[in-house]
Design a protein around this ligand. Structure first.
Ligand code: NAI
Length: 337
């Protein structure tokens, strides 16, 4: 029999609820039978205290080597302080596609049952390039960068994904009525790519209207293609459609590396209490298992998650239960058999 492969994965537990949800997820992953070797690193304020660097050089090297990372949320100071670790890592490894599937879990009552959306967010450009400066006191400029290359490759990613996975329709979400040049370029690139995919329907909606449409009738959409900032905001809105931020997974994908992380942040309001929902990071880990071609393990974990939700006995508070983070993980482990 061929020897089982060991996957070396960079693990960034993060801060806030990060270490709690990461611990729960690692326990579950280790019970799948897949062999992992974790290279664990602090990032952000915690790393700065230990190493004097927000992202230690050894963390960069680890991702460079392993090509795959599982990451908990990292707190970013508001209105000053150090640059977002998330944005920095996405830029450094050119993780241009942020992929976020939005799907109901069984047993959870939400306004809309049967939501099945894909968010494809451009992950390296837009307002998040972080080019801001004070022109004169009281006047600040923030530069939004949209490029033909960046827009074309994210559109191509969305259409390739749609074709491969039988998704029927892609909507570009924009504000090109106001941001005529930048969002205009994003749309022109998407239209050009769409021409090569006659089997996938293509539409365009303005971002503000889209938010209303999503809340009123999410079923009119299938795959949403968005610039960085719009994708960030609409992801949280869509998380709300299926039960909240505790559930929705994500993957930051580049041509070379991938970092898997939940949509949610470090949730300081509930950190350290063993009450956070680890489902979002767990479902991100399921995406990682697929990425590593560990299909059986991915399906096993996903099925166990769905069983625990369908039973409704061991759910965390954010989704109407009373269980803690580790109790939820115990239930998933039990459902895996
Ligand atoms: P947040 O996503 O951390 O929290 C928003 C709300 O959702 C809070 O009420 C929180 O308790 C709840 N929530 C989030 N995740 C949950 C979970 N797993 N289980 C149960 N409830 C959950 O957003 P917020 O408060 O705006 O940001 C906090 C920090 O996180 C900020 O510093 C922000 O920059 C950072 N952040 C980091 C991200 C990352 O590392 N990828 C992504 C988003 C935010």
């Amino acid at each position: 029999m061929a020897e089982q492969k060991t996957h070396k994965v960079t693990l960034i537990p993060g801060d806030g609820i990060g270490p709690e949800v990461t611990q729960a997820v690692v326990r579950i992953l280790e019970a799948t039978g897949v062999k992992f070797e974790w290279e664990r690193f602090a990032a952000g304020a915690e790393a700065f205290e230990i190493f004097g660097e927000y992202i230690p050089a050894a963390l960069y090297e680890s991702i460079e080597r392993n090509k795959v990372a599982l990451k908990g949320p990292v707190t970013t100071p508001v209105g000053g302080g150090f640059k977002s670790i998330n944005v920095t890592l996405r830029k450094k490894f050119d993780l241009f596609a942020n992929f976020r599937p939005i799907k109901n879990l069984p047993g959870l009552e939400t306004k809309w049952p049967g939501v099945d959306l894909i968010i494809v967010r451009e992950n390296t450009e837009g307002e998040y390039v972080g080019l801001e400066h004070e022109v004169v006191p009281g006047v600040v400029e923030s530069i939004k960068v949209i490029t033909d290359k960046g827009s074309t490759r994210i559109a191509k990613f969305a259409f390739d994904y749609a074709r491969k996975h039988g998704r029927k329709k892609i909507h570009s979400i924009h504000k090109a009525n106001i941001m005529k040049m930048s969002d205009g370029l994003f749309l022109r690139c998407a239209r050009r790519v769409a021409e090569g995919f006659p089997d996938v329907l293509y539409g365009e909606h303005i971002i503000d209207n889209t938010c209303m449409q999503l809340v009123m009738n999410p079923f009119q959409y299938d795959t949403l293609l968005l610039e960085n900032l719009y994708g960030d905001i609409v992801s949280d809105l869509c998380a709300g459609l299926v039960g909240g931020l505790g559930l929705v997974p994500g993957a930051n994908l580049g041509h070379d590396c991938a970092i898997f992380e939940a949509v949610h942040g470090s949730a300081p309001d509930i950190a350290g209490q063993d009450i956070a929902n680890p489902t979002a990071l767990l479902q991100s880990a399921v995406l990682m298992l697929h990425h590593l071609n560990e299909e059986a393990a991915a399906n096993k974990v996903q099925k166990a998650v769905e069983t625990v939700y369908a039973e409704r006995k061991t759910l965390t508070r954010d989704v109407g239960g009373h269980a803690g983070t580790s109790q939820f993980a115990d239930a998933v482990l039990a459902a895996m058999g």
